[in-house]
Design a protein around this ligand. Structure first.
Ligand code: NAP
Length: 521
């Protein structure tokens, strides 16, 4: 069995104390162990600040991009081995493993491309210069320089590769050293990624450290020029926001948390039309990809009441095609949940929705027919579709995220009611719209945007060209208001702002243009 180590202050650190065992959720077999404590986190923190930070800040964007390109290449070169680690520790299908790993490889490569466009600078100049007085000599510029502290990244269990890469690529490009902590339950894949970075020698010293274990002692060290980026449950996010060190030192914190993403079918969409069928197909995929353990998975399905029965039938047909079981069997389309705890939480969540008036219209929380594997040993559950016919009165469906292959259909009467109903989710990452009519799109884009980080719209002309709704693209922002954490990541160069200090520089225009290396008119 593999013993997962951290990579801190330039060397592998096994940790000490209590042993935690990581399991294969499809078979229950032990796959790895780790010690959550016993790491010298003060030394790791100093190493990032004193070695990694200065090295990165001395590099140009182009040079930092070369690091990201090499990281992407290191993962790509061992993709098959990484897929195996994902299947073994997270119970993912091959396809779900690729979604995570290719997402990591692609995001690193994307930011390597952004670096090329930023060129041979070491900091950013933000916008044009501004004349500040009547004199054309006295000008103001805005620049963004890397913060001089440490970026601490804490990730959720569902994307052990992408979670590491999407945060690290932006921080490293901005010029900040990273200490990254994966969720314990699925840390094997993150450990394998780090092993590759170290073996291939792609990282500048101190640029990226891996912590497999508790982050608590590290969080006590945070100071004003450090940042904390967290992905996980709302409860942990709230706890981190309230940490003494975070509050006292005004440490920047970005939280990506729970989300009750909605899918909306426009009232004009005819039963059985291409758009109608695309809604059923996209929803079934979003419900079941990664066994529904995706922050962007849709949980609430707003459908015109006149076609609600037809949509239940269409979704049932799609879900019936999802073969569940041990993902080492090639016919399996959906693997188990990541842990037994998740299975318990998902079943309890479904009960909560039912207690609030929802009815199960497809699937069962307790029984699943497996095409491979042993239901008694793995954390298996099949897709479960619920329906609540009074979305305005319902409470639980708008408040509780069931982090599994579960969604609730909510029939609506009038389009103008939809934004208000969706907004009861209290802020989400994503709203998915399937429509035919520009008026519907206009009403939903305007009505849903204030409550979401992203609105994805499928109309006839893009049905076969659109990316999957749940796919997070590095070029567009990822995050959401309210319950979703109020955070924002990625979005091309937009994501760099979190890791940089924006400063207004005022003075002699000609002098500043020289110093900042901006060309005058
Ligand atoms: P979690 O229990 O909050 O754990 C998330 C991370 O926080 C893990 O690395 C965990 O470490 C760490 N952690 C837990 N308690 C901590 C503490 N007191 N101090 C410091 N770190 C702590 O969440 P989860 O159950 O793994 O993740 C599922 C949730 O994540 C879902 O609700 C989902 O919506 C959300 N999520 C959101 C996004 C997004 O982008 N918005 C993406 C993915 C997932 P250990 O594993 O070692 O306990």
């Amino acid at each position: 069995m593999v013993e997962l180590q951290s990579h801190l202050a330039g060397k592998w650190s096994p940790g000490s104390g209590k042993t935690t065992t990581l399991r294969n959720p499809a078979t229950g077999a032990d796959v790895a162990t780790l010690h959550a404590e016993g790491h010298d986190l003060a030394a790791a923190y100093r190493f990032a600040r004193e070695v990694g930070g200065p090295k990165l800040r001395a590099m140009t964007f182009r040079e930092r991009g070369a690091v990201l390109k090499a990281m992407s290449g290191a993962l790509h070169g061992e993709r098959d081995r990484l897929i195996e680690a994902s299947m073994e520790n997270a119970g993912t299908t091959r396809s779900d493993a690729k979604f995570d790993i290719d997402g990591a490889i692609g995001t690193l490569a994307y930011y390597a491309g952004v670096a090329e466009s930023l060129g041979d600078r070491t900091f950013l100049v933000d916008g044009e210069g501004i004349q500040l007085t009547r004199s054309p000599r006295f000008f103001g510029f805005h620049i963004a320089v890397p913060l001089e502290g440490v970026a601490v990244h804490i990730n959720a269990f569902n994307f052990p590769a992408w979670g590491l890469a999407e945060k690290a690529s932006v921080a490293l490009l901005a010029g900040m050293p990273v200490i990254s902590k994966p969720a314990t339950a699925t840390a094997l894949l993150t450990f394998r990624c780090m092993e590759l970075f170290v073996q291939k020698g792609v990282l500048p010293e101190g640029a990226l450290q891996l912590l497999c274990g508790s982050a608590t002692p590290l969080l006590e060290l945070l100071r004003r020029d450090d940042v904390l980026a967290f992905t996980g449950s709302g409860a942990t996010g709230t706890l981190l926001r309230g940490l003494r060190t975070v509050v006292d030192h005004a440490v920047r914190i970005n939280v990506e948390a729970d989300s009750l993403n909605a899918a909306v079918l426009g009232p004009e969409v005819g039963e059985g039309s291409d758009v109608f069928r695309a809604f059923a197909r996209d929803v079934a995929k979003e419900m079941t990809q990664k066994t529904g353990q995706k922050c962007t998975a849709v949980r609430r399905l707003f459908v015109p009441s006149g076609v609600a029965d037809a949509m239940v039938a269409a979704l049932g047909e799609e879900l019936a095609q999802i073969k569940v079981g041990d993902p080492t069997n090639d016919t399996v389309r959906m693997g188990p949940l990541a842990t037994e705890d998740q299975l318990r939480d998902v079943r309890a969540g479904i009960q909560r929705l039912v207690a609030d008036g929802a009815k199960i219209v497809w699937g069962s929380p307790e029984h699943v027919d497996l095409v491979a594997g042993d239901a008694a040993k793995g954390a298996f559950i099949g897709p479960v579709l619920l329906r609540h016919d009074a979305p305005a009165k319902a409470e639980a469906v708008h408040a509780h995220e069931v982090f599994g292959p579960v969604a609730t259909l909510l029939p609506y009467e009038k389009l103008e009611d939809v934004p208000g109903l969706v907004a009861r989710g209290d802020g989400s990452l994503l709203a998915v719209v399937h429509a035919e009519d520009a008026k519907t799109v206009a009403a939903l884009v305007r009505g849903l945007a204030p409550h979401h980080g992203r609105v994805w719209v499928a109309t006839e002309k893009v049905l076969d060209q659109a990316t999957a709704p749940g796919m997070v693209l590095p070029s567009c922002v990822h995050g959401g208001p309210g319950r979703a954490g109020g955070g924002e990541e990625l979005g091309g160069t937009r994501g760099l702002a979190f890791y940089m200090q924006r400063t207004a520089i005022q003075g002699d225009r000609a002098m500043l243009e020289r110093v900042l290396d901006v060309r005058g008119e």
